[in-house]
Design a protein around this ligand. Structure first.
Ligand SMILES: *[C@@H]1O[C@H](CO)[C@@H](O)[C@H](O)[C@H]1NC(C)=O
Ligand SMILES: *[C@@H]1O[C@H](CO)[C@@H](O)[C@H](O)[C@H]1NC(C)=O
Length: 234
């Protein structure tokens, strides 16, 4: 009896759980007072060292590792919630691999600071535990304005579906990485959560952050979970 009980319990939990995929993140310090591109809600540096209240500025860089192309590993891909295109090649060129398909078109994105342009492909893309077999990915050929936040291999734009209109030439808008996970049935809901780990007390980079695709990790949340609009035209 005591042997079977835990097994039944695990089964019940699994049956009810969302299909959630985890992706490790790293927090890296920017020079104090220099704004990084990136998650649009990250706090000032003192808050991240010892978070006490709402987070406000964006002097911290949050990066994920992206695998794409010819078995390439891009370890400093900035996570951004204000853009909605995935591109790589900021530090070393993207090299098309076995799964790469040339879309024979270009992409171009302008950010608050800087911009990027290059050639567009579809490719098998793996980010942590999440793999999309056909994701639109930009191969950067030209970047400007990213000097403050180097190294930057690329940007993982997790912004809203449909917000990247015109950024890939010839397409109205293109599926984000989350859209693709959903379309390929890797996740059940087009939802993600981001947990950002504080920097070390000396400002050192810290692993331990996480994206959850397909759901949120409720153990990271204090208090009630509220839902509010995120994309409002002004
Ligand atoms: C892509 O960019 C190149 C170089 O700027 C240009 O010659 C070409 O016409 C562009 N292709 C498309 C489909 O816009
Ligand atoms: C980058 O752009 C130049 C000039 O348009 C072009 O000749 C070259 O093929 C491009 N490289 C990539 C990787 O797209």
């Amino acid at each position: 009896m005591m042997v079977y009980l835990p097994l039944l319990f695990v089964f019940a939990l699994t049956a009810n759980a969302d299909n959630v995929i985890k992706v490790p993140l790293q927090s890296q310090m920017q020079f104090p007072n220099l704004k990084a591109l990136g998650l649009n809600f990250i706090s000032d540096i003192s808050q991240l060292r010892a978070p006490k209240g709402p987070l406000r500025t964006d002097s911290v860089k949050v990066v994920a590792t992206v695998q794409a192309g010819a078995s390439q590993v891009f370890s400093d891909v900035l996570v951004d919630t204000g853009s909605a295109i995935l591109w790589v090649g900021g530090e070393k060129p993207y090299v098309p691999g076995f799964f790469s398909k040339d879309l024979k078109t270009n992409f171009s994105v302008g950010y608050g600071a800087g911009g990027v342009s290059g050639h567009a492909f579809t490719d098998k893309v793996t980010i942590g535990g999440a793999t999309v077999s056909s994701q639109i990915i930009g191969a950067a050929n030209f970047t400007s304005g990213f000097t403050l936040i180097k190294p930057i291999d690329g940007i993982l734009g997790l912004g809203p579906t449909g917000s990247n209109g015109g950024e890939v030439t010839g397409f109205n808008s293109t599926p984000t990485f989350v859209d693709s996970l959903l379309a390929e049935k890797k996740i059940d809901k087009g939802v993600f959560g981001i947990f950002i780990t504080p920097l070390g007390t000396d400002g050192s980079s810290q692993a331990g952050g996480e994206i959850t695709f397909g759901g949120v990790d409720e153990s990271r949340i204090q208090g009630k979970f509220a839902i509010c609009p995120t994309y409002v035209h002004i």
